[in-house]
Write a protein that binds this ligand. Structure first.
Ligand code: HEC
Length: 111
């Protein structure tokens, strides 16, 4: 009796630990983290439409044939715009860590 109580107790602890890990993984998800990074972009960019704010709306960014600068949206060209800026878009090279930029890119791909 005691033994089975102990067993179910430790099983419960394991389950709880497993759930906590799952939750940590959720907040570490690059898309979710990237969405938070995007908060500093949302003053100038819509994420849920392609309607222009200060800058072009970014919904369907990767589906566009060309961006404003005439380049096809690829990881490299999009990253270039974000880090170097231009045409009213601030350069974020010194403002975002490598991780933040990576997460941001993951988020932009979902738009
Ligand atoms: C002060 C306003 C402003 C902020 C803040 C800003 N942008 Fe921009 N962004 C612009 C403008 C204006 C353009 C258009 C540049 C052009 O015409 O070449 C642009 C262009 C872009 C483009 C190219 C879109 C296209 O279709 O040509 C991307 C991608 C982009 N921004 C992403 C971001 C991201 C990601 C952030 C946040 C890290 C951000 N921007 C923050 C103003 C801003």
């Amino acid at each position: 009796m005691l033994k089975s109580t102990l067993t179910s107790l430790s099983l419960g602890t394991l389950l709880a630990a497993g759930l906590m890990t799952a939750q940590e993984n959720k907040t570490a998800d690059p898309v979710t983290a990237g969405k938070e990074v995007f908060e500093q972009c949302s003053g100038c960019h819509n994420a849920d439409s392609d309607e222009k704010k200060m800058g072009p709306g970014l919904k369907g960014l990767y589906a566009k044939a060309k961006m404003k600068n005439g380049k096809k949206p690829t990881d490299e060209s999009v990253k270039g715009i974000i880090t170097q800026g231009g045409g009213g878009m601030p350069a974020y090279e010194d403002m975002l860590s490598k991780d933040e930029l990576g997460n941001l890119m993951a988020y932009l791909k979902t738009l």
